[in-house]
Design a protein around this ligand. Structure first.
Ligand code: DAH
Length: 355
């Protein structure tokens, strides 16, 4: 190799070694192999070489070109690998790092209870159904076997809206039970639904709010019996209150839309408020076998299909489960109360935790 070629080789090697990143590398590459690069210039000058030396010089230049191209390429590979290493090191993820506390935003206890109910009943094959807050008199009362002037309407003295002339006034639904009617009219049988949602009654004191929440349940199938109702509700209550031996009592009662009807009580200690302890009973929900007349009202043959239904107050079970003493702060949006009783949105209700 002649001196000038050896010099180009040595200088290129040094320049490649000195470049710290791909941008510097590209400058070196262009300065050697580019259109105005040093090697390109030497190749262009080959024509001026005296004929007797041209062959040898040409061969030497070609060998140098191959060697330089290879050196440049291997430097590129090395630089790319180094850049990847640096990025991987900088972007390293530490899976043991605990989640940062949420700057704000917690799940309201009402929503949490609804999620837990969805998790527990979901595992039993229930779907969620919804209906409007503004109901027709028929869905809220008549179809549920509560005719006009029936004394059961007094319990649900409520908010009526202005009616179109001649029609019964629409009503803010007094319970989630009208969604039983809607679901039976809309969905194919058999069906299993729960209906968590808002309800309204003209009541306002320390334990009643004009707007509150209920969760309805409805199962319609062939050969459904009281045993299904009892098994389902006992399982639910024990899972919800995370108390595997929670005493549950079924007490005969009356609802116009079920026959027979039962109030469901759980065992607790009135003094300490502890659930599953002591010898007192606490009423938790209403339930019963769907009244044949209700089935007939939506065109279902009561001799072919039976079902059970239940309804419970969401605030009430939430207060019991979490030891919340007062109903009113549920709706006051007091950030201190929400921080105290709210739930981490990153830890949703899951059945395997006993909800
Ligand atoms: N709708 C009733 C109420 O608000 C609660 C209820 C009782 C619902 C018995 C039911 C049931 O589905 O079977 O007081």
């Amino acid at each position: 190799m002649t001196d000038d070629l050896a010099e180009l080789r040595a200088e290129t090697d040094a320049a490649l070694a000195a470049c710290a990143d791909l941008r510097a590398w590209d400058v070196v590459r262009v300065s050697v192999l580019g259109r105005n690069g040093r090697l390109t210039a030497l190749l262009k000058e080959l024509g001026k070489t005296p004929a007797e030396q041209r062959r040898e010089r040409g061969a030497a230049l070609n060998r140098l070109k191959d060697a330089l191209a290879e050196a440049i390429e291997s430097r590129r590979i090395a630089l790319e690998a180094a850049e990847l290493e640096t990025r991987l090191a900088a972007e390293r993820l530490d899976p043991s790092l605990p989640p940062r506390p949420m700057p704000g935003g917690l799940i309201h206890p009402i929503s949490r209870t609804m999620e837990e109910m969805a998790a527990i009943f979901g595992a039993m094959g229930f779907e969620i159904a919804e209906g409007p807050d503004v109901e027709t008199d028929w869905h809220n009362f008549s179809a549920l076997n509560i005719p006009a002037h029936h004394p059961a309407r007094d319990d649900q003295d409520t908010f009526y809206l202005t009616a179109p002339a001649g029609a019964p006034p629409p009503v803010l639904r007094t319970h989630t039970s009208p969604v039983q009617i809607r679901t039976m009219l809309e969905r194919p049988l058999p069906l299993r639904v729960i209906v968590p949602g808002r309800t309204y009654r003209a009541d306002h004191d320390a334990t009643h709010s004009p707007m509150f929440h209920q969760c309805e349940g409805l199962v319609i199938d062939r050969d459904i019996t009281l045993a299904h109702l009892k098994g389902c509700l006992i399982d639910f209550l024990r899972a919800f209150f995370a108390a595997p031996n929670l005493p549950v009592r079924f007490r005969a009662s009356y609802f116009p839309f079920t026959e027979p009807s039962m109030e469901v009580d759980i065992g607790w200690d009135r003094k300490s408020g502890e659930l599953g302890k002591g010898s007192d009973w606490l009423e938790i929900l209403g339930s019963g076998m769907v009244h044949p007349r209700v089935l007939a009202n939506v065109g279902i043959d009561p001799r072919a299909w039976q079902g059970f239904a239940f309804g419970m107050g969401i605030e009430r079970v939430t207060m019991l489960k979490h030891g919340i003493p007062d109903l009113r702060p549920f709706y006051e949006s007091d950030i201190r109360w929400l921080r105290h009783y709210g739930f981490n949105p990153l830890a949703p209700a899951m059945l395997h935790e006993g909800a």
